[in-house]
Design a binder for this molecule. Structure first.
Ligand code: ATP
Length: 320
C-alpha cells in the first residue's frame, strides 16, 4: 500500500487536527495508508512514527492543539539530522510527506524536497505571517480568542476610567492586533508594519479624554513594543492612567472556529492530491477563498503585508 506521512511542527494552532483528519481521509480515498509522525521534525528524526487509524482521527475536529504533538528541532537543520530524517522516511516507505506549520517548518519542507522527498506544506500558525496565503490555520481562532478577552478587559477599564493596553502575539506581523482590534472596536492599534510614535498615541488618548471618553483600548502587537513600556510612557508623560495586559498563550488554545476548520479541511485534501499527482516542494494556501498551491521557495520568500486599508478604516473610525 502507498504511504503518506504527516507531521505538525512549530507552534500548535487550533485547526491542525482538522488538517490531520482531512489528510487521513483524503489519503484513504486515494489508496494511501497515513503515517502519523509525532513531535514534528524531532519525532521524524527519532522514528516516532505510527500508522493512523480511524480511532485516531475520530472526534478531533473541534479540539485545539494537535493530536500529533509538535516540537522544534535544531538537529533537523543540521546535515546529520536531515540524513536521519531521510533514513526514517525511506525506512517507512513513505511516498510523500505533509507538514503543517509556519515558515520555519516550510524551510524544512524545502530542504526535504531538495533531497528528493515529495513534501508539501500546509500553513499552520496563529500569526498569519505568510504572505503567499490570505489565511493560515489558527489565525481566525486566535483573533476570536483575543476579541473575547478585549471585552472582558474593557469592562474593568470602563469601571475604573482607565485605558487598557493589550499586548498580543504575532512577532513581526501585526495581523492579530489589527483584526482582533477592529472586531472589538479598539481605539488605537499599534503594529510593527506601520510605525506609530508613542507621542501620537498619547496625543490621541488625551483628545479622547477631553472629548469625554473615559476609557480607551489600545492594541499593541508584540513586534511593535511592550504594553508595560507604553503604560510607563503614559504615566511619565500624561495624566492618563493605564494598565497593561499581556494575553499570552490563551490566544492560541481552544476550539477552532468554523473558518479554521474549513480551510484546514480544504488544504489538507489538496496537499494529498498534490502528492498523489507526483508534485513536490509545494505550499498549499487560500487566496480569495480558493485553494491554491505555490512553490515552497515562493511561499517562504513572499513578503507578508498588513492590510493597510483595514488599518486606515479603523484609524478613521477611532477618531470620531
Ligand atoms: P511558528 O510560526 O508557529 O513558530 P514555525 O514553523 O515557523 O512555526 P520554527 O520554530 O521556525 O516554527 O520552525 C519549526 C521547525 O522547522 C524548526 O524547529 C526546525 O526543525 C525546522 N526548520 C526551521 N528552519 C529551517 C531551515 N532553514 N531548514 C530546515 N529546517 C528548518
Amino acid at each position: 500500500m502507498k504511504r503518506i506521512g504527516i507531521l505538525t511542527s512549530g507552534g500548535d494552532t487550533p485547526g491542525m487536527n482538522a488538517a490531520i483528519r482531512s489528510v487521513f481521509k483524503e489519503g484513504l480515498a486515494r489508496g494511501y495508508a497515513v503515517m502519523g509522525i509525532y513531535h514534528g521534525y524531532k519525532g521524524l528524526i527519532e522514528g516516532s512514527v505510527r500508522q493512523l487509524d480511524h480511532g485516531d482521527v475520530e472526534n478531533i475536529m473541534h479540539k485545539g492543539g494537535t493530536i500529533l504533538r509538535t516540537a522544534r528541532s535544531a538537529e533537523f537543520m543540521q546535515a546529520g539530522g536531515m540524513q536521519k530524517a531521510l533514513d526514517v522516511i525511506r525506512a517507512y516507505n513513505m511516498d510523500g510527506l505533509v507538514v503543517v506549520g509556519g515558515d520555519g517548518s516550510f524551510r524544512g519542507v524545502k530542504a526535504l524536497s531538495d533531497a528528493g522527498i515529495r513534501a508539501v506544506g500546509i500553513p499552520g500558525t496563529i500569526d498569519n505571517d505568510m504572505g503567499y496565503t490570505d489565511f493560515t490555520i489558527g489565525f481566525d481562532t486566535a483573533i476570536n480568542n483575543v476579541m473575547a478577552e478585549i471585552y472582558k478587559i474593557r469592562d474593568t477599564m470602563l469601571s475604573h476610567d482607565r485605558v487598557g493596553i493589550i499586548e498580543v502575539m504575532g512577532r513581526a506581523c501585526g495581523d492579530i492586533a489589527l483584526w482582533a482590534g477592529v472586531a472589538a472596536a479598539a481605539d488605537i492599534i499599534i503594529v510593527p508594519e506601520i510605525p506609530l510614535p508613542w507621542e501620537k498615541v498619547a496625543e490621541q488618548l488625551t483628545v479622547n479624554k477631553i472629548k469625554g471618553k473615559k476609557t480607551s483600548i489600545v492594541m499593541i502587537s508584540e513586534g511593535a513594543g511592550k504594553a508595560s513600556d507604553l503604560v510607563k510612557y503614559l504615566c511619565d508623560n500624561t495624566d492618563i492612567e493605564s494598565k497593561s495586559v499581556v494575553l499570552g498563550y490563551i490566544q492560541r488554545g481552544g476550539n477552532p472556529t468554523a473558518h479554521d476548520r474549513i480551510i484546514a479541511v480544504r488544504m489538507g485534501a489538496r496537499a494529498v492530491e498534490l502528492i498523489d499527482e507526483g508534485k513536490t516542494g509545494r505550499a498549499v494556501g487560500i487566496k480569495e477563498n480558493r485553494v491554491i498551491d505555490v512553490d515552497i521557495a515562493e511561499a517562504v520568500s513572499t513578503p507578508d503585508r498588513i492590510d493597510a486599508s483595514l488599518y486606515a478604516v479603523n484609524a478613521t473610525l477611532a477618531k470620531f
